[in-house]
Design a protein around this ligand. Structure first.
Ligand code: NAD
Length: 424
C-alpha cells in the first residue's frame, strides 16, 4: 500500500494520529468488512485554498483555507467550519473523519466533512471577517452545495458567518440556496433549537449515561472547559435540572464556586467581557487546578487534545462527557478506562448540533418549518436511541463506549461502501 505523504505520523500525537488509533481499535469487530478499512484511513478529498482579502487599512492579507471531505459514501458531506490561528490541514482531516463517524453513529444520511480558515478572528474587524468568509466560500464553492457538502458553524463561526456563506454561494449560482449551509439565522431558513442543540445533546446523552450508571443529576458536581456555544448551553441545562456547575474554564481563565456558579449571570458576564475571568462571586483558580478538582461530570467543550496522560491520572471525576471534538488523547483514554472513569465519546455526546442541522436541511428542502418542541423531541429521541445502541454494543463486546460507537459507525460506512462497490 502506498503511504500518503501527509498522513499518519506527520504530527505524532496530533488529531489525525488520534483518529487513526481509534479506527485501529475497531478492526477486531469488523469481520469481512475489514477489507474496506483503508477507505476510512484516507480522506476522499482535501481542498487547500488561498484566501486573499483587502484589510481595512488597505493592506492585502492572505489566509489559508481548507475543506476536507473525508467520506461521501453514505450521503453528502456535512461538518462545520472553524476559524482559528492553529487550524491546519491535519486538524481539518481529523475533524472531517470524526464527522463521518458521528453522522454514521447517529445514523444521519451524511458522509463527513470539515472546513477551516487559519486566522485569528478576534484580530479582524467585522468587515474583514465578512471578506474572509465570502472569499473562502467562493474558493470552496467548487466542492460544496445542498446535495454535495453542507458546512455549518464550529469554533469561532456563528449564524452570521453562515448567512454570509449562504449569500455568497447563492450569488455565485444565481439562486437563493438556503440548504447549502446549516446553523443559519432563523430569518434565512435556520431551524429553531439549532443554537443550543449541541449543548442540549451533551446534556441529554450525559443524563442517559448517568441513568445507566446510577448517578443522579440533582446535586451532581459539573466542571466545564469552554463556555462558548456548546459549554454554555450544556451548563444551563445541567443547572436547570438541579446540578451544580462548580467550575468553568475558558481561554480567559478558570472560575470556581463549590456551591454552584450562577450560570445565567456567568453567561451575561461572558457576553459583556468576552470571557469568564473576573466573574464576581467566584474564585479564580489556576488552569491546571481545573483538572484536579473533584466532580461527578467533567465536560471538555473547547478544543481537541486537552486530556493528556498526566491530566487523566490527576482527574477526580466519575464521567468525562466529551462536548468538544477529540478532547481525549489515546493514552489518556487508556488511563481513564483503567481507572474506571466513564468516557462518553464526542461522536455521540456532541452529535446534537449536526442532528438539528440535519433537521434544518430537511426543513429547507420542504420549505416547511417545525416548532421548537418538535425539534427538541425528535432530537432527544434520536440521541437516546443512538446512545442506547452504543451502550448495548459496549456491553455485548465488553469494550469502551468510544470503541463501540466507532464499531456501530464503521459498520454502517463500510457496509454502504461494500454495497456501492468501487467505481469504475
Ligand atoms: P465556541 O467558539 O463557541 O467556544 C469555544 C470555547 O472554548 C470558548 O469559551 C473559548 O474561550 C474556549 N477555549 C478556547 N481555547 C481554550 C483553551 N486553550 N483553554 C480553555 N478554553 C478554551 O466553540 P463551540 O462551538 O462551543 O465548540 C467547542 C467544541 O465543541 C469544539 O471542539 C467544537 O468542534 C465542538 N463542537 C461544536 C459544535 C457546535 O454546534 N458548535 C458541534 C459539535 C462539536
Amino acid at each position: 500500500m502506498t503511504a500518503l505523504s501527509y498522513a499518519p505520523g506527520t504530527v505524532p500525537g496530533g488529531p489525525w494520529a488520534t483518529y487513526l488509533d481509534q479506527v485501529e481499535r475497531v478492526r477486531p469487530y469488523l469481520g469481512p468488512l475489514d477489507r474496506w478499512i483503508e477507505t476510512l484511513r484516507r480522506p476522499k478529498r482535501c481542498l487547500v485554498v488561498d484566501v486573499p482579502i483587502e484589510m481595512d487599512d488597505g493592506r492585502v492579507a492572505h489566509f489559508e483555507g481548507f475543506r476536507v471531505q473525508h467520506s461521501l459514501t453514505r450521503g453528502p458531506g456535512k461538518g462545520g467550519v472553524r476559524y482559528h490561528p492553529d487550524v491546519t490541514l491535519e486538524e481539518v482531516m481529523a475533524l472531517a473523519a470524526w464527522m463521518t463517524i458521528k453522522n454514521a453513529a447517529v445514523n444521519l444520511p451524511y458522509g463527513g466533512a470539515k472546513g477551516g480558515v487559519r486566522c485569528d478572528p478576534s484580530a479582524l474587524s467585522m468587515k474583514e471577517l465578512e471578506r474572509v468568509t465570502r472569499r473562502y466560500t467562493s474558493e470552496i464553492g467548487l466542492v460544496i452545495g445542498p446535495q454535495v457538502d453542507i458546512p455549518a458553524p464550529d469554533v469561532n463561526t456563528n449564524a452570521q458567518v453562515m448567512a454570509w456563506m449562504m449569500d455568497t454561494y447563492s450569488m455565485n449560482v444565481g439562486a437563493t440556496a438556503t440548504g447549502v449551509v446549516t446553523g443559519k439565522p432563523i430569518a434565512l431558513g435556520g431551524s429553531l433549537g439549532r443554537v443550543k442543540a449541541t449543548g442540549r445533546g451533551v446534556f441529554v446523552v450525559g443524563r442517559e449515561a448517568a441513568r445507566r450508571t446510577g448517578q443522579p443529576i440533582e446535586g451532581a458536581r459539573v466542571a466545564i472547559q469552554g463556555f462558548g456555544n456548546v459549554g454554555s448551553a450544556a451548563a444551563e441545562l445541567y443547572a436547570a435540572h438541579g446540578a451544580k456547575v462548580i467550575a468553568v474554564q475558558d481561554s480567559s481563565g478558570t472560575v470556581l464556586d463549590e456551591h454552584g456558579l450562577d450560570v445565567r449571570a456567568l453567561a451575561a458576564h461572558v457576553e459583556a467581557r468576552g470571557g469568564v475571568a473576573g466573574f464576581a462571586g467566584a474564585d479564580a483558580i489556576g488552569a491546571e487546578d481545573f483538572w484536579r478538582m473533584e466532580s461527578d461530570v467533567l465536560i471538555p467543550a473547547a478544543l481537541e487534545g486537552v486530556l493528556n496522560a498526566e491530566r487523566a491520572r490527576a482527574l477526580r471525576t466519575r464521567m468525562v462527557l466529551e462536548g468538544a471534538n477529540g478532547p481525549t488523547l489515546p493514552e489518556a483514554d487508556a488511563i481513564l478506562n483503567e481507572r474506571g472513569i466513564l468516557v462518553v465519546p464526542d461522536v455521540i455526546a456532541n452529535a446534537g448540533g449536526v442532528t438539528v442541522s440535519y433537521f434544518e436541511w430537511v426543513q429547507d428542502f420542504s420549505s416547511f418549518f417545525w416548532t421548537e418542541e418538535e425539534i427538541n423531541a425528535r432530537l432527544d429521541k434520536i440521541l437516546i436511541g443512538a446512545f442506547g445502541r452504543v451502550w448495548s454494543d459496549s456491553e455485548k463486546h465488553r469494550i469502551a463506549l468510544r470503541t463501540a460507537a466507532f464499531v456501530v459507525a464503521c459498520e454502517r460506512v463500510l457496509s454502504a461502501r461494500e454495497l456501492r462497490g468501487l467505481y469504475p
